[in-house]
Design a protein around this ligand. Structure first.
Ligand code: F6P
Length: 358
């Protein structure tokens, strides 16, 4: 009997999803030929709940190595709502199990980030055969040193920082570049170092505006006419860091702020006299073709997931540890995230280079 393998991409997209789908499919077809059939589920768990699926043709996985986004479509279906029956009266977990059965799946591969892994674990606990694959530009999945999508985003963010350097220099300005990453500072830290940012602010290290302005003024004192700040979208100042989540959200809402970036720019201008501009590359960091690094990683992860399918080794997610592709139990990964730890080598490098961390 043919092995039927369901596959879906869930959560925010990133470069490398298609390359991973291709990696899984090619490696499976290579090993199992006619003995395997891939079932593509549209728009993540939403498609699994709604029964949107199709049997994929092998040629659909060709020519997609370099293509951004996901050929399956994706959607955010929050984990916290999975057990909640909404107005549509759909029991989502029951619907996913029913559709898994109806598709006659032997297993289900879920490509996604932290939220996706929580639901993957839930489905695994419910008795389905699930394998996860870690994607996200945020690089914040527990148990893996790297996720696909991250390095492409670092490349894009670095180019942004490179480009604002010249305009900052011409105008003698401060440029504040807001980078994605959710609650994790990896993307900002790596792009900040790669782009030679003068000040790097990450959520893991609450900043004070006095320290930020002192760094700008120190540079001015050394004859530098501009400063570049790489600021993670999730940063808080020291005062906000002491507040409860709700209190902080209320304060931001009152000030009409979503992120701290515009406030930082305003404060730098007021406190140092430097004309300051904000640059937000936003979803550009998630778009377009994956970098060669991510193509390789996606192919490694895809091929490894295919091996797990072949060996019927389920309830795990693929990971990279010390340059070695391996797997972690879903139960150990779900509900955790990986932030930049205090004392991480990259923080040490930044500080040694004289970069201010706020
Ligand atoms: O998790 C990936 C990510 O790009 C985060 O860095 C960012 O905070 C978020 O998704 C943006 O989400 P959305 O695509 O829903 O705007």
């Amino acid at each position: 009997m043919k092995k039927r393998v369901g596959i879906l991409t869930s959560g925010g997209d990133c470069p490398g999803l298609n390359a991973t789908l291709r990696g899984v499919a090619k490696a499976l077809y290579q090993r199992m030929g006619e003995e395997v059939e891939l079932i593509g589920i549209s728009n993540g768990y939403s498609g699994l709940i709604g029964g949107e699926w199709r049997v994929m043709r092998p040629d659909e996985f060709s020519g997609i190595l370099t293509v951004g986004g996901t050929i399956l479509g994706t959607k955010r279906t929050p984990f916290k709502l999975m057990r909640v029956v909404g107005e549509d009266k759909v029991d989502k977990v029951a619907a996913m199990k029913k559709n898994y059965k109806e598709m006659k799946l032997d297993c289900l591969l879920c490509l996604g980030g932290n939220g996706t892994h929580k639901t993957a674990n839930l489905l695994s606990e419910e008795g389905l055969n699930v394998i996860g694959l870690p994607k996200t530009i945020d690089n914040d999945i527990f148990g893996t040193d790297v996720t696909f999508g991250f390095h492409t985003a670092v490349d894009i963010a670095t180019e942004v920082i490179d480009r604002v350097h010249t305009t900052a220099g011409s105008h003698s300005r401060c440029m504040v570049v807001e980078l994605m990453g959710n609650k994790a500072g990896w993307l900002t830290l790596y792009a900040g170092i790669a782009g030679g940012a003068d000040i790097i602010l990450i959520p893991e290290l609450p900043y004070t505006i006095d320290n930020v302005c002192a760094a700008v003024e120190k540079r001015a004192g050394e004859g530098k006419t501009f400063s570049i700040l790489a600021v993670a979208e999730g940063v808080y100042d020291a005062e906000e860091a002491r507040m409860k989540k709700k209190e902080r959200a209320a304060k931001r809402a009152e000030a009409g702020e979503v992120t701290a970036t515009n406030r930082i720019a305003r404060q730098i201008e007021a406190m140092t006299g430097f004309e300051t501009r904000v640059c937000v590359p936003g979803h550009m960091q998630r778009g377009g073709s994956p970098s060669p690094y991510d193509r390789v990683l996606a192919t490694q992860f895809g091929a490894y997931a295919a091996k797990l399918v072949e060996h019927e080794h389920y309830g795990v997610t693929v990971a990279m540890k010390n340059n070695h592709v391996t797997e972690n139990p879903l139960a150990e990964v779900a509900g955790k995230s990986r932030l930049v730890p205090d004392g991480h080598g990259m923080l040490e490098v930044a500080r040694r280079m004289g970069v201010s961390m706020g």
